[in-house]
Design a protein around this ligand. Sequence first.
Ligand code: MN
Length: 442
Amino acid sequence: MPLNETHNPQLRSWVESANVPGSDFPIQNLPFGVFRMPGNPHLFRVGVAIGDQMVDITAAEAGGVFNGAGALAQAGAQACCRPNLNPFMALGAQAWSALRMALSQALREESPQQATLQASLLPQAGAEFAVPAHIGDYTDFYTSVHHASNIGKLLRPDNPLLPNYKWIPIGYHGRSSSIGVSGQAVRRPVSQIMRPGAIEPVMAPSARMDYELEVGIFMGPGNTLGDPVPLTQAEQHVFGLCLFNDWSARDVQGWEYQPLGPFLSKNFASTVSPWVVTLEALAPFREPWTRAAGDPQPLPYLDSAELRENGAINIELEVYIQSDTMRKEGLPEHRLSHSNFRDAYWSVSQMVTHHAANGCNLQAGDLLGSGTQSGPTEEEAGSLMELSKGGKQPLTLPSGETRTFLADGDTVIFRGACCAPGFVRIGFGEVRGTLLPAHPMR
Ligand code: MN
């Protein structure tokens, strides 16, 4: 993914809020989402974030903003005149890049298109967002070796990291129908739980509700059923990345997960951020992918020179919490931990190539979860299960409350951003969700 003029750190936008240092959405970012304005009964529309505003692509297209931008950019804009991003995602990297270039040129200071485009600008505040794509299939991976080791130690002290971990990008097929967008209220699930020391399970609300700090990967053009995707082509099938909270009920998980993996502990809800940052916007933040010399090197189908050169992506991730009490006392969100996506054991391209290695057909709009992103130090744990050492070490919140797992009314917020010397910082915005009490037991 070569750098081009859209990444130029000197670029400034005539949308003033995009030039404010620390804005998640400077002109170098241009992430895609789906929104509608309050009181407006029309279908959801595709938007592109710029500062605290967004471009209504359907309105801009109708206004002729892309008329002189070339056939590929026009095709891209027309594919965006739909209530979700699937048709645009299916078009492929050339169209994504052409539309990004056209938007970058139209949003720059002194652009002759300012007057035309101004009418298609809407404030993000007050907009209602939707899950950006129709997610046909959702697969959750397990790409942080630190998370896998931390959880493994808690679940299987004698055998923390299973022997396949360093060979296969481990994943399971999740459920797409329960994926919601930031702002989602999630009801505490009820399921079978085997309490410590008990001889029979009970049907009860989960007492060990957790979040998982993940990166979501939205697929672009799919592969034909039966045809694998070579590693060198894998990223051509990836549209972009978002923040992803894979809510998890640890007590349910502990009882049900063997032998076939997570089921009701995971499928009741997951939450995506509204904005999808394209791989092209992430180009300045690529880093070498490495594998420690003492570890098995990947099998040839999961290895390439390009992977070694720039297969990792530097995304700083953060988790915040605000309890109901904190909200009522006016206390700000409290940061629980942070980690970086560059520490993932398996890359985005390796996830895609392994997923399709047997001919499994990925499709535009499919979502891959990266798995919980925990870093090498204890502070970089991407879940409460790890931060509280399996519920044994409570954390203290600024309100004086303690937590081992989530309480009803807790809001969990993830943020993400990319920084690199010589480039403008870009952000992912946030994904937030609030835990509701369980339905009363009958
Ligand atoms: Mn997960």
